[in-house]
Design a protein around this ligand. Structure first.
Ligand SMILES: Nc1ncnc2c1ncn2[C@@H]1O[C@H](COP(=O)(O)OP(=O)(O)OP(=O)(O)O)[C@@H](O)[C@H]1O
Ligand SMILES: [Mg+2]
Length: 224
């Protein structure tokens, strides 16, 4: 599995003003590599992840998934692909507050049409992977930030994605919880062979990634 951006521009129109968040970015990201994206606030990191994960459309340029140009495909028609190929992890954990850890992890599987019993079995395995099985029945508010993020990682793995996109996943965590999350992301890459793209402000995290992309003002200015 491979995602390729070719000369991607993303402009946001705000009344009379147009903000160019990406200015001709070309990059290829494949399963099996771990990539750090760094750069100042507002440089386009989140926008870039949204383009790679087919969450949003470029204003100009092309997005190819395994060589197939998906640029003209409407976003809603890309939903099944998004659900299967990508796992998303955010700075704020975005667990559904009324669902237990277990049901949060089951949720994307049920959306993808997996049978309930099967989804539950797999969700428990995934919670085990992130060391959260004994917290399966807890609601998000009954978990610490670091624990919620581990559940969010399990959820990101629900549909066995090729590429995990993590947007400042340790941004709200204390350093010890952050370390656990970074370890888990590493395992996804090293032991499970996934692609991991992590946006981070922390140089310790970036330094552990073989590939580092630096963004500034909507462009890639370092790494490839
Ligand atoms: N939905 C939007 N509407 C208008 N402008 C936006 C929108 N999303 C992002 N922008 C603008 O695009 C630029 C890039 O934003 P982006 O969120 O990609 O930056 P970032 O590198 O992720 O920053 P941070 O480190 O603060 O998260 C910024 O100038 C931002 O204000
Ligand atoms: Mg951002």
């Amino acid at each position: 599995m491979k995602v390729e951006l070719r000369e991607v521009w993303k402009e946001y129109r705000m009344g009379q003003v147009t903000v160019a968040a990406l200015k001709g970015v070309s990059i290829t990201i494949s399963r099996g590599e771990m990539v750090a994206i760094t750069g100042p606030s507002g440089s386009g990191k989140t926008t870039l992840l949204n383009m790679v994960g087919c969450v949003d459309k470029p204003t100009r340029g092309r997005v190819l998934i395994d060589g197939e140009d998906v640029t003209p495909t409407p976003l809603d028609r890309l939903a099944p692909l998004r659900l299967k190929k990508f796992g998303f992890i955010f700075q704020r954990f975005y667990l559904l507050p009324t669902l237990s850890a277990l049901h949060n992890v089951m949720f994307p599987m049920l959306k993808a049409g997996v049978k309930r019993a099967e989804a539950q079995k797999r969700a428990l395995e995934l919670l085990d992977t992130v060391g959260m099985r004994e917290r399966a029945t807890h609601l998000p508010y009954q978990l610490s930030g670091g624990e919620q993020q581990r559940v969010a990682i399990a959820r990101a793995l629900a549909n066995d994605p090729d590429i995990i996109l993590a947007d400042e996943p340790t941004g709200e965590l204390d350093s010890e919880s952050g370390r656990v999350v970074v370890e888990l992301l590493h395992r996804l890459w090293k032991d499970m062979g996934r692609g991991v793209v992590v946006v981070t402000h922390q140089s310790e995290i970036a330094s552990r990634c073989r590939r580092k992309i630096v963004m500034r003002d909507g462009r890639i200015v370092g790494g490839r």
